[in-house]
Structures are given as structure tokens and as C-alpha cells.
Design a protein. Sequence first.
Length: 187
Amino acid sequence: MTEQLNITAMPTPNPNSVKFSVNRDLIERGSLDFPDKDSATTSPLAASLFEIDGIIGVMVGTKFVSIVKEQDAGWENVLEPATDKIKTMIENGDKLVDETLIEAIPTGEEDSDVVKKIKSILDEEIRPAIAMDGGDCVFHSFEEGVLTLKLQGACSTCPASVMTLKMGIENRLKEDIPELEEVIQLS
């Protein structure tokens, strides 16, 4: 017997974003960011959420969905319809995202030892903590001591993202990665 679907909406540090925790695996690994309606063509779930007036961003993680709303959109007009769409698609067994998106998430097998260590800390410590707030950070590059990350989901438009990047991520990585000089956000 399948466990009853449970979806919990949780606030994030970003006042315009909510994280929906789901007690099911939505995708196999990583996260998929859909920063606008045009990017959602490969995700039936994201495309469905963008049909709700006021939603301007969607991110799908392994066990959560984050939405970002326009500043002027009221939560009373967004929260219930988003919850209903997520619940209906999961319960119906609908395809949530195109599988080729998950296959395209790099495995990092060809990375240098320093990059592997950075990614390990990101994957084991930092990304799970950020996911608790409905966001994610994705490795982009590490060149000449500068780590470039892409903040996604609730983090992409959060007023506290610079603090997260500098005080949280950069300080933590500098503890174990002496080659790291700075962490910056991909714009």
C-alpha cells in the first residue's frame, strides 16, 4: 500500500517564495530551475504552475517544489491553486519533468580533485541546508580561486542570498579548500 501523499507548504527566507515539501521522490537527483514561463516547456509540472497568475519562478527538487511569486501577488491567490496542481499531478502519476533534463545533470566524473572536494561539500552539507529553505546552489565553475555558483528557486530572488553566499557558503568552503579565494553568483 502506498503511503498517503503529504504536501506541506513552508515559508522561506524569501518573502515571495514558498517551499512545498512532498513525501515522494519527484526527481531522481539534483534540482531543476524554471526561472520563467518560457523555460518550463520541458516540465509539465512547472508549466502547470506558471498558469497560476502571479507565479514567476518554479524549482523542482528531489522531494520539494518551490515557487516564487510576483511581489504584488497575494499568497491567498497563489498558495491553494499551487498546492492543488502539485497534488493532482502527483496523485495522477503525471509526468512532472522531461527525463532528459535529469540525464543532463552532470555527474562530475572528469572533475579535478579540488572541484570534486568542492562539489562533495556542496552536495553533502550546503545544498541540503539550502533546500530546507526551498532553494539550491548549482556548481558552475571554479577558475583561479573563484567559485561561481548559480542560486536557484527561493534563493534566486531572496534578499538574503548575498549573506548566504558570502557568510555561509564561502566561509564553509574556505575551511577545507585553501585554493578558494571567493564565491560569486552567476547572474
